[in-house]
Design a protein around this ligand. Structure first.
Ligand code: CTP
Length: 130
């Protein structure tokens, strides 16, 4: 049995999010998703997500490919999350390529190509200009 962990904001849930979660799930048989908190996003980007953390995590939790969801409260806690959730594989989109290689001592680290032409930031810009 292999446990997979991945992280993200998953704001204004879109098909790029769905694709990475489905592909992450295929690396094992138990997918754990760290959904970043509203405060963590504010500290990173100086703005809150459009959808609050309880909505974002509720959507992710309902997906067939997802087994477990928790709130990622700090970027500094990745190692603890990987250990505490007993993950064998860490999957991230390739916008993070190389950035999590430090965890190769405790799990396999996989970077998957992003789905082209869609992101939350782009969706916000499109809706703004509509
Ligand atoms: N992701 C993906 N393909 C996309 C968009 C996102 O594979 N087109 C992946 C990211 O690489 C990440 C996960 O989905 O592993 C969650 O990404 P997140 O940052 O929440 O979504 P983005 O749409 O990239 O949001 P933003 O534009 O705010 O960065």
């Amino acid at each position: 049995m292999s446990r997979v962990i991945t992280f993200g904001t998953f704001d204004i849930f879109h098909v790029g999010h769905l694709n990475i979660l489905k592909r992450s799930a295929a690396y094992g048989n138990h997918l754990i998703v760290g959904v970043s908190t509203d405060e963590l996003n504010f500290s990173k980007k100086n703005r809150y997500p459009i959808c609050p953390q309880h909505s974002r995590s509720a959507i992710v939790q309902e997906l067939k490919c997802v087994d477990e969801v928790f709130y990622e409260e700090s970027l500094e806690l990745k190692r603890e999350y990987i250990i505490n959730y007993r993950a064998d594989v860490l999957v991230m989109g390739d916008d993070w390529a190389g950035k999590f290689d430090e965890f190769k001592d405790i799990c396999e680290v996989v970077y998957l190509p992003r789905t082209p032409s869609i992101s939350t930031t782009e969706l916000i810009e499109i809706v703004k200009d509509y």
